[in-house]
Design a protein. Structure first.
Length: 701
């Protein structure tokens, strides 16, 4: 009986019947169209894993590292021309590049250029990645006559350039201008682009992309890297992309979210550490996490880039509207509104099925007191850019994202609100015109979820009584909630800074007002100098106030740098929940400009190099941001000075409204007769008293 054989080359010593079968097989195979498969399907069908690259050899299975399926499928995704990947070590970077090389050599041949940072990394890629994959994968080895032919001297299969029918693959260093010019390719793969150096001809990534012009419409540029510092090229490329993130379903609440470092337990014994769902808060077991990371279809890559459609700004992470393949869609018309031309992928070590949470925490605890180790941990484990003062929890703020995720204005205060606080930034009269109070009213819910109820300006001479009378109208107002409760301002912080031209008159005005309004919990504050370590947002009990009283009121020192850290963290959050800022859509552009006008920079202070929040654009004011953080200081004052008194000031809420309260300040006592409140104005619509307008709010967007 004739032997059944799968032929990849003709063996000259075979029998006559076997030769006939092989020739017929080759003829039929040549006439077949190439299989229509995705990048991951090609790898699962053809790619072999050599012993040089993995302890587990044999047929490649994408589900072994399910997080790689998204970037691998983008290789063949209709419309994709650029792929940018930001990832921890050994997540999907090199495997995506290898799969792209194999797919195009086998099924869609064309010239392919691979760029590595140095000659050393070129040798490492060829010797331990590319050559072993080609030799072990029969369909690839057949392009050079099989593995035996490859291992013999072959002038079409040399170290840095391998020519095959229809194209070639050439491996080069990116740091040589000669290597980034005078070549044309249909596919370029750039590995670890953050290690590329600027050449005398300019940016290496831009120069390499020029090699694709001869294949316009069929070109593909793949860039992969672990990020480095604030100037990270790969992070800049990712921000230009559609910003896909790997969503997973919680085994407890069944909601979808992506893994976040902030939700990992970091203190205590690493063996007891776990990942806690960012939505329901329940801990995942290691078995649950590994099952998700090794099961086909359990990771959904979704676009997260904000967009505008139907005359409304939308953020996919807030709206949570995607089609079946993860493309963001408009919540009104249902159309796709984020281009996939530049597909971006981001993942960190928690997506690696062979890295445990305990391993991650051990690495963090070993690194956190060593800046060098902490930089490596932040880059290679968290896939984040490195900031010398980053403890691993620092989140980059995207001003565009913050502007776009506004909500319909509220006609009543949302039922989730539990308390209201006010922050006041004081701008004295000077050469630039009238003085004013910038008044920010914030409502806080469980977990410090925030609703920006209003931001108003009261114009006038700060040293006279009119502006303070108008402020009284705000502080004496009642606020009605959707569920029928009446809330009152619990505490207010007023800044005394900025008095550089009036010889202390502004400080006197603020402290005099605070002294007369003690029963309303009005506090005079001043920003701490912070020459050493950061001061807390509200001073500790051992350092509660400045050296002396003024006009019967203490001036409390507020840690504005720590408060701005808090503000940046809140602005970076993209979905409702703890720390998220709800903003109505009628808030003016000027408010957004001011709220995002701080950036963190390294300066010399107190004999040390420290990171401080400084004004980004000098021509843009930052008073709205200052008033916002002063309202946060008022909340912290309530927690610190007299929490029991603050509890009594909260009107009794229905049980459903306070079921998720997380702090003592929001705890309510059992229903009991309430003392008759003083006569106050009622706020039927958020930010507007029932009679008269207090000041000039910012204009509509």
């Amino acid at each position: 009986m004739m032997r059944k054989t799968t032929w990849t080359m003709i063996e000259l010593l075979a029998t006559q019947d076997e030769l006939r079968e092989a020739i017929a097989h080759r003829r039929n195979r040549a006439m077949d169209p190439p299989p229509d498969v995705t990048g991951s399907e090609w790898a699962d069908m053809f790619r072999k894993v050599p012993s040089e690259t993995s302890a587990v050899t044999g047929q490649w299975e994408t589900s072994t590292y399910e997080v790689a399926r998204g970037p691998m499928d983008a290789i063949t995704e209709l419309g994709v021309r650029v792929i940018s990947g930001v990832a921890s070590a050994q997540i999907f970077k090199t495997s995506t590049g290898e799969t792209a090389i194999g797919y195009f050599m086998h099924l869609n041949p064309r010239p392919i250029l691979v760029y590595e940072p140095t000659e050393t990394t070129v040798d490492a890629f060829v010797d331990s990645k590319l050559d072993p994959m080609i030799k072990e994968t029969p369909e690839l080895a057949a392009l050079w006559g099989g593995r035996a032919a490859i291992e013999r001297k072959n002038d079409k299969f040399v170290h840095s350039k391998k020519t095959f029918p229809g194209g070639y693959v050439e491996i080069l260093t990116a740091n040589s201008p000669a290597n980034t010019a005078s070549r044309s390719a249909g596919v370029v793969f750039m590995d670890e682009v953050d290690k590329f150096e600027m050449t005398r001809d300019g940016d290496a990534v831009a120069l390499i992309d020029e090699r694709l012009k001869g294949f316009t419409g069929e070109d593909l540029s793949i860039r992969m890297s672990t990020p480095t510092d604030a100037d990270s090229p790969i992070m800049a490329e990712y921000m230009k992309s559609d910003r896909r993130k790997p969503y997973v379903k919680c085994p407890h609440c069944k909601d979808w979210d992506y893994y976040r470092w902030e939700n990992v337990e970091k203190d205590g014994d690493p063996e007891d550490a776990a990942y806690n769902c960012g939505i329901c808060g329940v801990a995942w077991t290691e078995a649950q996490r590994v099952k998700v990371l090794t099961t086909k279809g359990k990771i959904k890559w979704r676009q997260t880039r904000p967009f505008s459609c139907c005359d409304e700004a939308q953020d996919p992470e807030v709206e949570k509207r995607w089609d079946k393949i993860g493309r963001a869609v408009c919540k009104t018309c249902g159309e796709r509104r984020v281009s996939n031309r530049h597909a971006g992928f981001w993942a960190w070590e928690l997506y690696h099925p062979r890295r445990s949470v305990a391993d991650l925490i051990r690495s963090f605890q070993d690194s956190k007191n060593n800046p060098g180790k902490m930089q490596n941990f932040t880059n290679s484990k968290l896939a984040r850019i490195w900031d010398p003062e980053d403890d691993g929890d620092q989140i980059e703020v995207d001003p565009e994202q913050f502007r776009l995720r506004v909500e319909q204005p509220w006609t009543m205060i949302p039922a989730q609100v539990l308390a209201v606080f006010v922050g006041v930034d004081v701008q004295p009269q000077g050469k630039k015109g009238l003085g004013r109070l910038e008044v920010s009213t914030l409502a806080f819910g469980a977990g410090d979820e925030i609703w920006s109820l209003s931001h108003e300006m009261i114009f006038g001479d700060i040293t006279e009584g009119d502006v303070w009378a108008k402020l009284d109208e705000i502080l004496m107002a009642d606020y009605l909630t959707e569920d029928g409760r009446t809330l009152r301002i619990m505490a207010t912080c007023i800044d005394t800074g900025g008095d550089t031209e009036q010889g202390g008159a502004v400080i006197d005005a603020v402290t005099s007002y605070a002294s007369r309004r003690k029963r309303l919990n009005v506090f005079a504050i001043k920003g701490a100098s912070d020459q050493g370590t950061l001061s807390p947002i509200w001073p500790s009990s051992g350092n509660m106030r400045t050296a002396a009283k003024r006009n019967g009121a203490w001036v409390y020192m507020v840690g504005v740098q720590a408060a701005r850290d808090w503000l940046a963290s809140c602005q970076s959050k993209t979905k409702p929940g703890p720390g998220f800022i709800h903003v109505p859509a009628d808030r003016g552009e000027e408010w957004f400009d001011q709220m995002t006008n701080y950036e963190k920079k390294r300066i010399r202070s107190g004999g040390k190099n420290v990171m401080r929040w400084l004004v980004r654009a000098k021509h843009v004011r930052k008073d709205a941001a200052d008033a916002f953080i002063y309202a946060k200081a008022a909340l912290e004052a309530a927690r610190r000075i007299s929490p029991e008194k603050m509890n009594r000031l909260i009107m009794t809420a229905p049980a459903a409204a306070i079921a998720t309260a997380e702090t003592d300040v929001y705890a309510t006592q059992a229903a009991q007769p309430q003392a008759a409140p003083p006569k106050r104005k009622r706020m039927n619509v958020v930010g507007r008293p029932s009679g008269g307008q207090r000041g000039r709010p910012y204009g509509r967007r």
